[in-house]
Design a protein. Structure first.
Length: 208
């Protein structure tokens, strides 16, 4: 299920963040007067800046790969590339923060940024696994029509999904983007859900 997969990804990235911040904070406390360039040159520090996040990205990509069940999908590849990009972004941000002369608030600053990274990764996995359901169902249908079904009985369902609810189009076409009250970008294309992160919509396929 997308929600469970997102939670698993979130836990992986949270663990990576905690591991990296704990190690960096320890190194900085033990070397209060050492030049930051000398600290960053240490192999153990470089490993702490990269390995945990690469590992979290690998775990998240495995979730995506499993969700698509071997399906050759550009969307799948896009999500996996995004996760790799997040893993590469983390050490750059940590290095930048370590170079800040204010060392007392280093851990606090890092954790605040890394929590955002954790949410982004979980969101990417949620979007990816939801899209996998759409693509696998479409592959099985391979003809006819598809209908967008939103949770319209729930008050917090967004205007975009409400606007799409009940819309029927040929199975291989995209749904319109401009159904909501404000402009909202689309992650990839709109062959089906998700319309946005944490989307609870699904498709019903109708035989020709």
């Amino acid at each position: 299920m997308p929600a469970a997969d997102a939670l698993a990804a979130s836990a992986a990235w949270k663990g990576a963040s905690q591991e990296a911040v704990a190690f960096i904070s320890l190194v900085m406390r033990n070397n209060p007067h050492k030049p930051i360039e000398a600290i960053l040159a240490r192999s153990d520090v470089q490993s702490a800046l990269t390995w945990p996040f690469n590992n979290a990205a690998d775990k998240s990509k495995a979730i995506i790969e499993n969700a698509f069940a071997g399906l050759d999908s550009p969307f799948k590849d896009s999500v996996k590339n995004d996760l790799d990009g997040m893993a590469a972004e983390a050490p750059v941000k940590i290095t930048s923060e370590m170079k800040d002369p204010e060392r007392q608030t280093l851990a606090q600053r890092l954790l605040a940024w890394l929590q955002k990274l954790e949410r982004r990764a979980a969101m990417a996995v949620d979007v990816g696994t939801t899209r996998a359901i759409t693509e696998l169902n479409a592959l099985q249908a391979h003809s006819g029509f598809k209908m967008w079904v939103a949770q319209i009985e729930e008050l917090n369902t967004c205007s975009h999904c409400r606007g799409l609810h009940g819309m029927v189009i040929p199975w291989d076409q995209e749904f319109p983007y401009n159904t909501g009250q404000r402009n909202l970008g689309v992650y990839g294309d709109l062959q089906g859900p998700p319309r946005h992160p944490n989307c609870r919509c699904h498709l019903v396929f109708i035989p020709a």
